[in-house]
Design a protein around this ligand. Sequence first.
Ligand SMILES: Cc1ncc(COP(=O)(O)O)c(C=O)c1O
Length: 441
Amino acid sequence: MSSSSDNRGSVAAATDPIASSPVYPLGSRVNERGRLEVGGCDVVRLVAEHGTPAYIYAEQDMRERAAEYLRAFSERSSDFEVIFASKAFPCTAAYRLFEREGLSVDVASGGELHMALAAGFDPGRIHLHGNNKTRRELEYAFDNGVGHLVLDSFDEIELADRLLDRPQRVLIRITPGIEASTHSYIQTGQEDSKFGFGLADGLAEQAVERVRASKHLELVGLHAHIGSQIYELEPYTKAIEVLADFTSALELEPELINVGGGLGIAYMDGDEPPSVDDYVDVKVRGIERVFYPVPRIAIEPGRSLVGNAGVTAYRVGTVKEIPGVRTYVAVDGGMSDNLRPMLYGARYEALIADRAAELPDTEATIAGKHCESGDVLIEDAEIAAPRVGDVLVTPATGAYGHAMANNYNGVPRPPVIFCDGGEARVVVRRESWDDLLARDA
Ligand SMILES: Cc1ncc(COP(=O)(O)O)c(C=O)c1O
């Protein structure tokens, strides 16, 4: 697969608006009944059985995207590591899937670490992140022999060294001073950041000195993640050059360079993110050009492995037309299952899954069911004329949807359903109202 949109390949692609869209999971289509099909499953039938809202994933999509990263690397480099940034989709079944596909995993908390271990990840393939790892999280990681610790602060260097009684491979997280053009909340490479050690202010150099002076920390490399949902490739090249200048100034010979994740995905039909191939090419060529000897090259994709693999299915509960103003279509979820529109102003498409081939002829604002005026999933979406009881789907919700789900207004979190070859399995069950009482002391 050279780009996600090339892979649709079926005869139907020319006429099927879903099969030809880069936004839906690979292999999605409009089926013979005119309904949306994901992973071979009729979404309307699926939710008749499992209810709404529901996160529905095409397993094959995630496998193919993992394979695409591995293939892009193996064509260019013999020493690389593709690390699933599990914050995008922390779900045991997803950890298991990517473990089987041969990826490593990045965990950003003790909880994510717990899930990765439960899914059977070899601890040696786990990279532990976080700007404020607790003592308990570090102890849990060390007890389980986590392969790499990505150091984020001086306090952490001191604490980790104190807790260890054996060597631990570590990377230092550098903020390279690169501002990627994405929403400021998901920029992480600029100097003014809560993450990592800056270069211009000399903190990165001091971090290297502290690690060198430590008893147990074995510095094997550097890490830099400049942000998320990035469409330009140039900032990665710049970040790599900055890391190379830093290593040569300090006479470091890193065994591993981790250049983070960040590849953007298509949220809207016209979006054209760079291909995985081009993204990997920029990273491999960038590192080979400025590092000698060439270190192992690691990347940490999250969104681009899972974002387009998932859709969220809702039931339309009310259609409210305010004459001369707008039409509100209210669904049975919203900011408790997808925070991104409220957090970053993220844009999505919507589709009436029952009439998936129908041309959109209605402009409507898709609102959630929560007690906030800001609980709007999509402003001015183009959809087929909506009716109460329709199944409304928002595609490209596979990343940071389930991950950020919450119980605002006492709304139980949706199930996660994996579909493959027409078979569906619930991998995370729906929360119940009783679950909302489960932690009461
Ligand atoms: C350190 C780190 N690595 C990887 C990622 C994954 O980024 P993305 O989902 O954009 O690929 C993130 C996301 O915020 C991150 O903070």
